[in-house]
Design a protein around this ligand. Structure first.
Ligand code: HEC
Length: 211
């Protein structure tokens, strides 16, 4: 070798190979200059990072994904709150019993929602039990057909309980609380499912007078 290779000295000529001085287990390391196209993308990425960081995090010109998702969630909450307000404007004990629960299509929609979301814990027959062979097994929910309404038995109490879930002060039933169905179901669906319960349990609501 005509010239001792030095650390940090790159091969200037094509084909010229310079090795760094160290060697471990017979393995040596090249000390070549990186190709320009590679350096260009590398320095370009650094410049782009600075531009991006300033534009997105310091000028407010563009929104980050985090902000976009936050805005979207706020918009969805506002929309749901508006829908709930609209439904509540015409919803009361009397309209639930004498308007919603008397329409077969409303009750059928409520039944479909009930079977899809509620029967796993409250049972299709509202008893909150399941018969397995010869034994009757309790399900996690409360019986709805026992005339006992733990959180108030007026139609709007039931609507509110389904919408908001177990109140914070509830210790639950065998330790289990109910989720707020307003998070996943629309106010209309909750009114329909309430109407379905009213239609199935007419005795419990016979005292609600028409408006
Ligand atoms: C994962 C199980 C589960 C599901 C699913 C469920 N619930 Fe419940 N539900 C409960 C539990 C547990 C309670 C008792 C809550 C408490 O004591 O705080 C309850 C209580 C209730 C009550 C009050 C009953 C009473 O006797 O006072 C009503 C009404 C009710 N649920 C309706 C519904 C409806 C409607 C749905 C479907 C949209 C539903 N539940 C889905 C577990 C469930």
């Amino acid at each position: 070798m005509s010239q001792e290779p030095k650390r940090g000295h790159f091969a200037k000529e094509k084909g010229e190979i310079i090795l760094r001085e160290h060697e471990y287990d017979g393995i040596q390391e090249y000390d070549q200059k990186l190709p320009n196209w590679w350096l260009f993308t590398f320095y370009g990425a650094i410049v782009w990072f600075v531009v991006y960081w300033v534009l997105y995090y310091h000028t407010g010109m563009f929104k980050t994904d985090h902000q976009l998702v936050k805005d979207e969630i706020i918009a969805v909450h506002a929309l749901k709150a508006a829908e709930l307000e609209k439904t509540l404007a015409t919803l009361n004990d009397s309209t639930l019993v004498h308007e919603w629960a008397t329409k077969p299509e409303v009750v059928a929609a409520g039944e479909a929602t009930y079977l899809a979301n509620c029967s796993a814990c409250h049972a299709a027959d509202l008893s909150a039990t399941m018969v397995a062979g010869t034994v009757t097994v309790p399900l996690p929910g409360l019986a709805l057909n026992d005339k006992v309404w733990k959180f108030g038995g007026k139609p709007m109490d039931i609507f509110k309980l389904i919408n908001d879930g177990s109140p914070p002060e509830s210790t639950g039933h065998n330790g289990a609380k109910m989720q707020a169905w307003g998070q996943t179901l629309s106010p209309k669906q909750i009114a329909e499912v309430t109407a379905y319960l009213i239609a199935k349990l007419p005795e419990d609501f016979k005292d609600i007078a028409p408006n």
